[in-house]
Design a binder for this molecule. Structure first.
Ligand SMILES: [Zn+2]
Ligand SMILES: [Zn+2]
Length: 315
């Protein structure tokens, strides 16, 4: 029988990319260490920072919330939790409850912002109109609207950093998607915070060096109350890319890390996105955009909706 490569106990995972076996304790230690190293390596958080962590209630974001809660008590960091309620019945209502209970347990302030109050409709309602067009791309709409709302809410809450739970798999999928779509501009913007733009809260991703599978096992071992189910709207190219990368990783372990490292090597050679990048105010909602109309408003217009130009955080 295999043993943990570090302590000889029963293993819970075989990390094929590094060739080692880890038991429950050694896996927990490894996840927590990589989380701290990722923050330190990129100087993601400074003492005195106010960090808003985006928590959907899924296993990744719940794990990140616990990791950051622990981290912030030792580092003079103010932490609060933000949840976007897209309005997905049977899915988000369950995870919203988990996010609320989790933040309460940790004694963290929890703010919820809904699509309905910000945009006038729930995602379910938007999906119904999108279905009528015959080209439903609900997942893409949701992603763009959610990102924009996260930024606006974090800014209004006075955040210095917005932490999201993107893991290694998410990062690799996004990089590959940009290659496949041939989108050099978007690839250049990926993982770059526009310098000195106070309208954009700098985003940090402390789980980006940890494979999804390890975070899932970590969340289970730590007994976190979190949602495992996948959103029913997930579709399109991203799922194909995910399956393709997973297949590659199965036959060629280290593929995911190599794709991420290759992107990091390539990044300094990509066009400088901050150069000539001029921000205007969106003529409808006032949010920052390089165009006259921001992308969320453009999408909302197609659905006959409008973003409300007002503060979304009331207290
Ligand atoms: Zn061990
Ligand atoms: Zn707008």
């Amino acid at each position: 029988m295999q043993k943990c490569s570090f302590c000889g106990r029963r293993p819970v995972i075989h990390q094929r990319y590094s060739g080692v076996y880890r038991c429950d304790r050694c896996l927990i230690e490894s996840v927590e260490k990589r989380f701290r190293h990722t923050i330190a390596d990129k100087d993601m958080i400074s003492p005195g920072d106010k960090v808003i962590v985006a928590v959907s209630g899924g296993k990744d974001s719940v794990a990140l919330m616990h990791l950051l809660a622990n981290y912030s008590t030792h580092k003079n960091v103010e932490l609060a939790v933000l949840t976007i309620d897209e309005g997905i019945s049977g899915y988000r209502d369950e995870s919203l409850k988990l996010a609320r209970e989790g933040s309460k347990e940790l004694g963290l302030k929890h703010v919820v912002v809904s699509f309905e109050e910000a945009f006038g409709e729930t995602l379910d309602q938007m999906a119904a109109s999108l279905n009528e067009t015959g080209k439903p791309d609900t997942c893409t709409y949701c992603g763009i609207l959610r990102r924009s709302l996260l930024n606006q809410a974090a800014r209004e809450l006075g955040a210095d950093k917005l932490a999201t739970a993107h893991n290694l798999d998410d990062e690799v999928q996004t990089i590959m998607l940009n290659y496949i779509r041939g989108d050099l501009a978007r690839l250049s913007r990926f993982d770059v915070n526009p310098p000195g733009r106070e309208e954009f809260v700098p985003r940090i991703k402390p789980l980006r060096n940890i494979p999804e599978k390890e975070i899932t096992i970590y969340a289970l071992l730590k007994d976190f109350e979190a949602q495992i189910a996948e959103c029913s709207y997930i579709s399109g190219l991203r799922t194909n890319v995910r399956d393709f990368v997973n297949e590659l990783e199965a036959s060629h372990p280290t593929t995911k890390f190599k794709i991420l490292r290759m992107f990091e090597k390539l990044k300094p050679h990509l066009p400088d996105v901050s150069e000539g990048f001029e921000l205007k105010e969106c003529k409808i909602c006032g949010e920052p955009t390089p165009e006259g109309l921001c992308r969320p408003c453009e999408l909302l217009e197609q659905l006959g909706l409008g973003r409300r130009k007002k503060k979304i955080i009331s207290n």
